[in-house]
Structure formats: structure tokens, C-alpha cells
Design a protein around this ligand. Structure first.
Ligand code: AQP
Length: 329
């Protein structure tokens, strides 16, 4: 039986944090044995907001090295950089011509990031179409992403269905693949907002490469409520619930089990234990990361990834060009 295709990506826009890891990258690793996985570093998405070109090149390699450091095995999954496969841009344009401004204006990420500004970059507006192209190029069945991306997957499905209805069966219908605990990791300083790379306060997030002292500071000062009872209640107690989710993912323990374990203890002990858990979890990832980042293997893996991804992407594009009536010479 052929394995289902999986596709996902991460933007090289800064330090990858626990939200990116728990919501997306951990799933990437978990799926690679049973499915046919393709993981991208989506540099074309990242230029929807201004980037320093030198820095972008470095961060692109950082994310590739982190993919491997967290456990993505290039022998099992394809790892490549989006801009090295131009079919992403080509399909994105064709899908743009089949999308409506109304549906794009409803995307909450666009609304959040543009904040109604007339000078918001057009790329920010059409970002979900490029994401749809990324997914549809690889006949993707499952898209492992954090739940902030769910709306974009819905749009991808709408575009695939519209195209299939108009031209006949062309694209596989993709599905969002989320997790039950940690699908949206919240900011440590304000647990009503998602943890994000671009937030100004560095203690709002824990990056995968944070050193132990920074992790300790960020967790110990994380916003919690004043009643000191450890209970999972994301609406009523968002701060402690967020920390419970991180604890659960990093120990493999069920939330109920952790709540029972800390019955009668205050937040202080719980936070101290969480600091140790997070630091122990990150230490081997960091060690592996620094090795890979300096090795020649990284570029070799990315080149091989580009070759593999290009072959699949071109196969899809031949089908698409034929369907829309582009000549083949
Ligand atoms: N807080 C989060 N909780 C769970 N999953 C998250 N993801 C992002 N934040 C969280 C998931 O991480 C994957 C890669 O995200 P991205 O780099 O493509 O884009 P992003 O959502 O823009 O990342 P940030 O960190 O939130 O950046 P800014 O600060 O620019 O907004 C995706 O699967 C995403 O769902």
C-alpha cells in the first residue's frame, strides 16, 4: 500500500520556538515513519514582510539544521528550501487567478498582520494562495500545522475543489492534521495570545536554542493567575493551562496525571520542575543542531531535497498546465 503524502513548512523568520515545535515540527518527526513526508523551509513566505537578505540566508540554514536536530531524518523525509523549486511560484499564480479577494480578506492572519493598513504588502494578502500551492504540488493528504493555520487549510481545500470542478480531477484534497495537546501554544507573558517569533518580549517565548538560564527566567516569570491551584482550564486559567500543555508534551504524561501529581503544591514547584524538563529536552537538540549547522551535510541534504521535490512538483505542474490550456513545447 502506498503511504499517504504529508507536506508542511516553517518560515525562516527568527528563532524557532516551542509553539513551532509542538504545533508543527514534533508532528513532522512523528509522521516520518508511516507517511511519505516533505518538509519545506518556506523562505518565499517569509519575504511577505521585510527581511534582511544576509540574515534570511542564515536563518534558512538554521531552520534546516533544526529540522534535522529535532529528529527529521533526510533518509525518510524530503527536506528542501521553497525558493529552490520555482513551481511553487508558478502554481501560486495559477491559483491566484482562481481565488477571490473576498475569501482572502476573511483570513484572520492577514487581518492581524496588516491591521487594516492600506500599505500592507500584497504578498501578505496572497500568502494563503502560496501556501495552497505548496500543499497541492505534492498531492498532499495531511498537513501537520498548528491550529492558527487551520483557516488556510480550509482555503486550500476550497481552491482545490474549485479547480477540480472546473477542469476535472487534478488535486488531492488535503486535510489539516493537528494534535490534541499544544495545537496552539500561548505566549508566556500573555497567555491570551499565541507564542510568536515576532513578539517584542523575548520572555514571551522559549526558543529551541535558548540557553538554560533564559529558559528558567522565561518560565519562572510566566504569567499565571492568583489562585495557585494547578488545574487545566484554558478559558479560566490560560497561563497555567499553557504550561501544563508544554509539561505534558515534553514528558509524555497525561494532563490529568500531572494535575494529580501537583495536587496541593503551588505554582513555584511546578514551574521549577518545568524548567528542568524543558532544559533536559532541549539539551540534546541543541547539541545536534550545532554539529549539523557546521557540517557540509546540511547543503548536501538540501540539494538532494530540491531534486526530489522538483521531480514531484514538475509532475504536478505538467498536469496543471495541460488542464488550464498552456502549450507544451
Ligand atoms: N504558538 C503556536 N502554537 C502552535 N503552533 C504554532 N505555530 C506557530 N506558532 C504556534 C506553527 O508553527 C508552524 C510554523 O509557523 P511559521 O513559521 O510558518 O509561521 P508563524 O505562524 O508566522 O510563526 P510565528 O512564530 O507565529 O511567527 P510570527 O511572529 O511572524 O507570527 C506552523 O505550522 C504554525 O501553525
Amino acid at each position: 500500500m502506498t503511504k499517504p503524502n504529508v507536506f508542511s513548512g516553517v518560515q525562516p523568520t527568527g528563532n524557532i520556538h516551542l509553539g513551532n515545535y509542538i504545533g508543527a515540527m514534533k508532528q513532522f518527526v512523528d509522521l516520518q515513519d508511516e507517511m511519505n513526508c516533505t518538509y519545506c523551509i518556506v523562505d518565499m513566505h517569509s519575504i511577505t514582510l521585510p527581511q534582511d537578505p544576509k540574515q534570511l540566508k542564515e536563518t534558512t540554514l538554521d531552520v534546516a539544521a533544526l529540522y534535522m536536530a529535532v529528529g527529521i531524518d533526510p533518509a525518510k523525509a524530503t527536506i528542501f528550501v521553497q525558493s529552490t523549486v520555482p513551481q511553487h511560484a508558478e502554481l501560486s499564480w495559477i491559483l491566484t487567478c482562481h481565488s477571490y479577494t473576498g475569501e482572502l480578506s476573511r483570513m484572520t492572519q492577514f487581518k492581524d498582520k496588516s491591521r487594516g493598513s492600506e500599505s500592507a504588502p500584497t504578498g501578505l494578502f496572497t500568502y494563503p494562495i502560496l501556501m495552497a500551492a505548496d500543499i497541492l504540488l505534492y498531492d498532499t493528504k495531511y498537513v501537520p500545522v498548528g491550529n492558527d493555520q487551520k483557516q488556510h487549510i480550509e482555503l486550500t481545500r476550497d481552491l482545490a475543489e474549485r479547480f477540480n470542478n472546473r477542469y476535472g480531477e487534478t488535486f488531492v484534497m488535503p486535510e489539516y492534521k493537528g494534535i490534541t495537546v499544544g495545537a496552539r501554544i500561548m505566549a508566556l507573558d500573555d497567555p491570551t495570545k499565541k507564542m510568536s517569533k515576532s513578539a517584542e518580549n523575548i520572555h514571551s517565548r522559549i526558543s529551541l536554542l535558548d540557553e538554560p538560564g533564559k529558559v528558567k527566567k522565561s518560565i519562572m516569570r510566566a504569567t499565571t493567575d492568583s489562585d495557585s491551584v494547578i488545574r487545566f482550564d484554558p478559558a479560566g486559567k490560560p497561563g497555567i493551562s499553557n504550561l501544563l500543555s508544554i509539561y505534558s508534551v515534553f514528558t509524555g504524561k497525561k494532563i490529568d496525571e500531572i494535575v494529580a501529581q501537583y495536587e496541593g503544591s503551588g505554582y513555584g514547584q511546578f514551574k521549577k520542575d518545568l524548567v528542568e524538563i524543558v532544559n533536559n529536552y532541549l539539551a540534546p537538540i541543541q547539541e545536534k543542531y550545532y554539529d549539523i549547522r557546521q557540517s557540509d551535510e546540511l547543503i548536501r541534504v538540501l540539494k538532494e531535497g530540491t531534486e526530489k521535490a522538483s521531480a514531484v512538483a514538475e509532475r504536478t505542474m505538467k498536469r496543471v498546465r495541460e488542464k488550464v490550456g498552456f502549450i507544451n513545447i
